[in-house]
Design a binder for this molecule. Structure first.
Ligand code: ZN
Length: 125
């Protein structure tokens, strides 16, 4: 799904698997910016990210009481778009293909939702 929207909505306005795309130069980015990082355009469309690659991963053993432990986190690349996400499952490693597995609240009661990644089902790719 692609739509045009103002370049400055809260991240909550987008699904976890969507990124912004500049309608002018085609640059893509994940986290809310008020302008295109490449050309300064103020409008932004949205695009689905699909399947990416896990490029870094870590495992946090000691977490606050209301955050899961251990908490696996990773950096995933979807083309030029990179983002930090929680990893679902212990069998996903750097270099693996990953897809979005929805979003979660880090803490109960949080309104903010963070993306979660899982191993990609390559039959969809
Ligand atoms: Zn641009």
């Amino acid at each position: 799904m692609t739509g045009t929207r103002d370049g400055s909505p809260d991240r909550n306005g987008l699904r976890a698997d969507e990124a912004f795309e500049c309608p002018d130069c085609g640059a893509r980015w994940y986290y809310t910016r008020h302008r295109c990082p490449d050309c300064g355009e103020r409008e932004a469309a949205t695009v689905e990210l699909g399947v990416g690659e896990l490029v870094a991963a870590t495992r946090v053993e000691v977490t606050p009481a209301d955050v899961r432990s251990p908490n696996r986190l990773g950096v995933a690349a979807f083309g030029d778009v990179r983002l930090v996400a929680q990893i679902d499952g212990s069998d996903v490693d750097v270099g693996d293909r990953v897809a979005f597995d929805g979003a979660y609240a880090l803490r109960e009661g949080d309104e903010r939702r963070e993306p979660r990644l899982t191993a990609a089902d390559e039959s969809d790719a």
